[in-house]
Each structure stands twice: as C-alpha cells, then as structure tokens.
Write a protein that binds this ligand. Sequence first.
Ligand code: FES
Ligand SMILES: [Fe+2]
Length: 372
Amino acid sequence: MLESIREIIDSYDASASLDRASTIPSSWYTDQRIFELEKETVFSRSWQVAARVDQLAKPGDYVTIDIADEPIVVVRGSDNRVRAFFNACRHHAAAVMTEPQGNAPQMRCPYHGWTYSLEGELKGTPDFSGVCDFDRANNGLIPIESDLWEQWVLVRIDRGQNESVESWLGAHLTDEIRALNLNDLKWFERRTYTIDCNWKVFVDNYLDGGYHVPHLHKGLDSVLDYRSYIIECGQRHCLQSSPMVATGEKSVAATRTGDRALYYWIHPNFMINCYEGVMDTNLVRPITVDKTEVIFDFYFADVSDAARARNLASVAVGDRIQQEDLDICASVQRGLKSRAYDAGRLSVRREAGEHLFHRLLYADLKAGIEST
Ligand code: FES
Ligand SMILES: [Fe+2]
C-alpha cells in the first residue's frame, strides 16, 4: 500500500546518535511528494544563493534564476541598491526579464510591453486607459527578501522569517568565512553540470568526510592527507578540511596548493571550496526528483591573462573530479530505486556531515507537514 508522506517522514529516526543512525530512507530520494514538500520548505524557508555580487556591478545589471519553481529577478537599482523580485508580470504573469543576466535601463515585459523601473514600480501600461479601479502603485513587481553576504546575493522566498543572512548562518560560520578574505578572489568561469540523481545524492556525496576520495578520486587523493581529514559541524553548516601534501599527482598538485583544503557546506545546497588563492562554489539546484543541476563558479586571486593558462588547468582538474562524482551519483540514484535498498548506516569517523544534513532535512520537512 502507498505510504502517506507523514509515514515516510516519520520512518527516519532523527534522534539516533551518529553511531546508531541510518541515512534517510530511499523514498526521500524518489518520492514526488517529498520533492514537492522540499520546495515549499527546505528551499523556500532558507536563504538561497541567487546571484554573485560581481554580476550586479552597476545600476541596471540583473540576474534571473528559478528557485523552488519561483521565477526570480535580482537587479541593482538606480540608487545602487540590490533588490530581488518575483519575475512574474502583474498583467498576465509572463517572465518580465528573460535572459539569464544582462543590463537594462528598465524592466520591460516582452508580452504586452508593461514596464517596471529598476526599483520594481510599474511605470508603463500600453493601451490600458479606461480600466476601472486599477491602482498602478499596487501593481509593481512583488519584492522578495534579499541580502548580500560576502560575494553573493541571497534571497528568501517565504516572508516573515525576519532573520538576516548573517544571523541565519550564525556567527561561527560568518566569522570564519570573513577571515578567509574571499573578496580578494575574482570570478573566472562558470561550469554547469546536469546529474541523473536527486539533489540530496550530490549533497550526501559531498558530505561523506572524504570517505570516497581514495577510492573514486585517485588524483585528488594524492594531494590530500586522508587520515587527517577533520569534520566540524555547526548549526547549519559543516566544514570538512584536510591538510595538503605537496608530493601528489603533478597536474593536481600544481593547481591545488596551500596548507589546507577547506570544504564548507551550507544547508541545504551551497558549497564553498577553498585552496590557497583558489575557490570554487557549488550551487545545487533540484530540477526534478531525479535530475539535478550543479553550478560551479571558479574564482582565483589572479585572473590576469598571464595567469589564464594556470587557472584553466585548475578548472580542468575540478572538471575531472566532477565527472567522477557525476557517474557515482547516477549509480547511487539507480540503487536507491531498487527494492533491495532502503537505508544504510553511517561511518562515525567520516559521515557526521551527512548525519547533520539528514537531521536538518527532517526538521524542515517535519515543520512543513505540521503547518499544512
Ligand atoms: S504579461 Fe506582461 S505585459 Fe502582459
Ligand atoms: Fe567527490
């Protein structure tokens, strides 16, 4: 018989300590109802990275993105402030801005030409005279909460949570990230990957404390000291870090230098990976219950022409590691659908981050189901 969504959520024991815990059940990765509830809760109630600040350098610069099926536009206004709006025209709901990013003096809907200022006010409504009880002032684009943090613009779809990004992330994390001076790094390139798996498979793979590194990523393994891997869990984040060894595989060692590799995961779907003078971020975007897009942005301290070849080599190393992860994630998704698998145990040494992720998911879903 079909289990109710409540039964599926309650089949995970969030109170078990790591040494007794199992993963979330396989149905969480395959059930359409869980996927829908995640959009309403996990992705609508959290702060979500929507754009990079460097994409919005001057007034009129904008970025569009869909988050949890909501079309969103982030734009820098004439007053230099960054704002976010639902990218749905107040006339008949068409997307007002249709390019992934660009610059525009105003926001004009391509359907019937309604125009909005960069601050979201409705300015132009062709052929609309004689319409009764129509208040232009109440028909601007609907704003959405937004905030800047480090190199990113974050938005939150659900209103009324009244918590800034910094307080939501917690001082522990924001102090640590501030000390890394990430603003000294400049954006270099974006790569987008589509993976045949539920979004949580990718996050689990990221959060296994390096467990898979010696088996799946031989090149990366050669520059990391696997035995000294450290896993630190905060309120809504996990830092996995590893000392670097200089004697590893040549192509990897040349582009992954410094004392430590730092891998920050921020619940639910953003990762910041730092080596010396190098950073890449991963934004995990659920597309369907078994399809996920991951956006990689690569940043370097030096993005001059002289450094270009070295930067491209670094991106290529990241690309190779990513291909290895894509294949294993698709394999896991197939296994999760098998009648033979329901849940698995967690390594106490390695998988504390995954345990945190699963408990946070449980809290999000539980709160969602209680409020419906
Ligand atoms: S839907 Fe935008 S102008 Fe009609
Ligand atoms: Fe990996």
